[in-house]
Design a protein around this ligand. Structure first.
Ligand code: SAM
Ligand code: SF4
Length: 337
């Protein structure tokens, strides 16, 4: 098999002229929590035989780096429940400063006490930790069985290991809407950034998302009453738009795919744990990189990536309406949030 890092690769530009420089990898669809907006209580996960092997994830990621990806985020499911994830982080970390600018992770934080040191030693500098409530009972309700103290301990361990932490909070009507100011206040006190996310119609869950949908436009109006928020033109090529809490180190990000669409500058693609490359969180177009790699090596992988670039949609078209089917059937945990 050819060396996946050989620099003969061409950059990736999609049919809408967008350069792809960001790869998200869902390393497992499994999770130790069952957040109500993300998963149903009873989930059927992929058989282990269907998953990419660690070596295959690494080869695919390295080919993407050779073709111009500068940032990789590991996600899931819960990335830290995959047993060999430390090995993957270590291997990809070797590309930092040599093609790759950033290696990062989105995690629910339950295993950060165990893994933070290893992540930092492999070159990870920043992580996103999902946290939807600072009230232990409410946290348990939203996650169905999460332990808040364990996650807060994980966040403290991450900071002690030198990792910068951004908290991800999904704004949920009737569940945590009264707590978003307290969450921002806590992030300011702890020196974390905060990103608020609108709930998106991805995969079947046990409730109707319309009951939980909270537009972030109204949330920001409320937060501005208590916090001196000033616009910040920081951009990541992603859907987030930013504010800064004046006089503090905290940046507030808003991911509002339902009330605002920022797909024009989209620079990302998503690899599932099964080896499918999805071009958009909200569409079904995909190519099978596992089959390509297994059957034809790097040349076939390249050909499939090139095909994918012709399929990337211009934009998602999420809608949340009472009783409406999800925009796509797969859960966020399959594509990696
Ligand atoms: N398990 C890890 C975690 O929770 O951080 C990583 C995977 S999780 C799918 C990634 C992010 O997606 C989390 O911040 C989560 O809150 C968010 N998420 C999951 N389902 C969502 C949905 N339907 N709408 C909006 N955000 C969602
Ligand atoms: Fe698991 Fe993350 Fe989904 Fe919660 S949001 S169920 S932690 S994958």
């Amino acid at each position: 098999m050819a060396n996946p890092t050989e620099p003969t690769a061409s950059p990736m530009i999609d049919r809408h002229g967008r350069t792809i420089s960001y790869l998200r990898i869902s390393v497992t669809d499994r999770c130790d929590l069952r957040c109500r907006y993300c998963m149903a209580e009873q989930m059927t996960f992929l058989p282990r035989s269907a998953l990419l092997k660690l070596e295959e994830i690494a080869i695919i990621a390295e080919r993407f780096i050779a073709r111009g990806v500068r940032k990789i985020r590991l996600s899931g499911g819960e990335p830290l429940v995959r047993r060999d994830v430390g090995e993957l982080v270590h291997r990809l970390g070797r590309h930092l400063g040599a093609g790759l600018d950033e290696l990062t992770m989105t995690t629910n934080g339950t295993r950060l006490a165990q893994y933070s040191g290893e992540l930092a030693a492999s070159g990870v500098r920043r992580i996103n930790v999902s946290l939807d409530s600072l009230d232990a009972d409410r946290f348990r309700h939203i996650t169905r069985h999460g332990d808040l103290a364990q996650v807060l301990g994980g966040i403290a361990a991450a900071r002690a290991a030198g990792l910068a932490v951004k908290i991800n909070t999904v704004a949920l009507k009737g569940l945590n809407e009264d707590e978003l100011g307290a969450m921002l206040g806590w992030c300011v006190a702890e020196g974390h950034d905060l990103t608020l996310i609108e709930t998106m119609p991805l995969g079947a869950i046990d409730e109707d998302r319309v009951d939980r949908f909270l537009p972030l436009t109204t949330v920001v109006d409320q937060l501005r009453v208590d916090f001196p928020l000033v616009r910040d033109d920081h951009r990541t090529g992603g859907p987030a738009r930013y504010w800064r809490v004046e006089g503090t180190a905290t940046r507030l990000g808003l991911i509002s795919p339902m009330t605002a669409n920022f797909c024009d500058g989209c620079n990302r693609v998503r690899l599932t744990t099964e080896g499918k490359l999805y071009l958009c969180l909200g569409h079904d177009e995909q190519v099978d990189l596992k089959a390509a790699l297994r059957n034809g090596g790097i040349a076939a992988l390249d050909a499939s990536i090139d095909q994918a670039l012709t399929l990337k949609p211009a934009r998602h078209d999420f809608q949340i309406a009472a009783g409406a089917a999800p925009a796509v059937r797969r859960h966020m945990s399959v594509t990696g949030g």
